[in-house]
Design a protein around this ligand. Structure first.
Ligand code: UDP
Length: 386
């Protein structure tokens, strides 16, 4: 097991040798330096933080402006043709929504259509290429040309325009607990936040917690830490549809899945990227637990409104087991600080990621997008009315 700070100190205090005193002093100095570094980072973040007071989705408006920036010179027919080869084609004509017949993931298309169909009557004519795959399509670093493909998640290297994922309504990953797919964010907001109320901060176990499959090896360090220090972290791999052997659960039996509501029992909840961003993140905040968000590259549209140290604890995907341990120990020792960050995180998601915000983001995104289109939209009779 990894040595914890308390253990190291008591080992030393039982000894009287000079060497031990020297090591002890060195260790205490390192721990103090590290503690003050975290404290300074939190203080600096608080000094710079301006809470977003808006009541509509304008807390996220910088994101859509940034995503549309590569298209400020206008979107041409050629650009749309390229985008169309990367996504599902939709048109809005005279207030009605149409889609190409085949959709690779019908439940995902349904989750998208729930929002855009109800917005269509008030939107101008337009056509869209919506990518329903997990990963984005056009990477500037790989020499791709800009084209307006809508994707739910990306890193800043991509031209893709982020839209609110289908899983806000339906079509999220299907696991045994959510056999038809994680969805209905509006319902989860209520059920998970009331589970959070049943587990107020002081009743929560002060342990790190994670359940999920090995969609990304970045998760391994936490799983291994949990195996060596089960009193500090409870993190286990579950089976997903791609599971072939116990190698996919890092040579252990797959763990039983745990509902988001049951995550609320723990103080420190971990989020990792999966193939792209993981749908997990928004749910974790609803428990009023402290969210440890690992890695900052993979985004969904609402991520930039969340600020490190204000709403969550940022961790590097390269953090070793020892480093993860140090962060957990820090917040165990600074419990009121942990609680404050957890509460701010909850409040931000509660206030600025409502189902209305999601609909509002879609509306603003589509309106701004359509203003950039430079060619005439011609009705495509191959599409089906939704
Ligand atoms: N999930 C869950 N309980 C579990 C395992 C997974 O609620 O025990 C959720 C998880 O939070 C995520 C989704 O199921 O939203 C898929 O999780 P997984 O780790 O398999 O993949 P990810 O999408 O995170 O890469």
């Amino acid at each position: 097991a990894l040595v914890q700070s308390g253990e190291k100190e008591s080992m030393c205090s039982s000894s009287i040798g000079d060497k031990c005193t020297e090591n002890h002093n060195k260790y205490s100095k390192e721990a103090n330096d590290w503690h003050s570094r975290i404290k300074n980072q939190i203080q600096q973040a608080l000094d710079e933080y301006k809470p977003c007071m808006a009541k509509n989705c304008s807390c996220h408006k910088d994101v859509l402006e940034k995503d549309l920036l590569p298209f400020k010179g206008g979107i041409t027919k050629e650009m749309f043709t390229l985008a169309q080869s990367k996504g599902t084609k939709y048109q809005i004509i005279d207030g009605k929504l149409y889609r190409q017949k085949d959709c690779h993931f019908p439940a995902r298309c349904a989750g998208i259509e729930h929002y855009i169909k109800s917005l269509s009557p008030k939107l101008p004519n337009m056509e869209l290429a919506i990518n329903t795959r997990d990963w984005p399509q056009l990477n500037r670093e790989w020499g791709h040309k800009p084209a307006p493909v809508f994707s739910f998640s990306k890193t800043k290297e991509y031209y893709d325009i982020m839209y609110p994922a289908w899983s806000f309504w339906e079509g999220g990953p299907a696991i045994a607990l959510y056999p038809t797919g994680i969805g209905r964010w509006d319902q989860h907001r209520l059920s998970i936040s009331s589970a959070g109320d049943k587990w107020p901060w002081d009743k929560k176990e002060d342990k790190g917690f994670f359940r999920g499959s090995r969609t990304n090896e970045e998760r391994d360090a936490l799983i291994l830490l949990s195996r060596s220090n089960p009193d500090v972290v409870d993190a286990k791999y579950t089976k997903n549809q791609a599971w072939k052997s116990d190698a996919d659960t890092l040579f252990a039996d797959p763990a039983k899945e745990v509902s988001f509501e049951d995550h609320c029992k723990y103080k420190y909840l971990f989020n990792y990227r999966g193939v792209a961003a993981s749908f997990r993140l928004k749910h974790l905040f609803l428990c009023k637990s402290l969210v440890f968000h690992v890695g900052e590259d993979w985004l969904e549209f609402f991520y930039p409104s969340l600020k490190p140290w204000i709403h969550y604890v940022p961790l590097s995907p390269k953090a070793s087991q020892e480093e993860i341990m140090k962060y957990i120990m820090y917040f165990k020792e600074h419990d009121s600080l942990a609680k404050e960050i957890a509460e701010r995180g909850f409040q931000h998601i509660w206030d600025h990621l409502t189902d209305k915000d999601v609909e509002c983001y879609w509306r603003q995104l589509l309106k701004k997008y359509s203003k950039l289109v430079k060619y005439d939209i011609v009705k495509d009779y191959n599409l089906e009315k939704i």
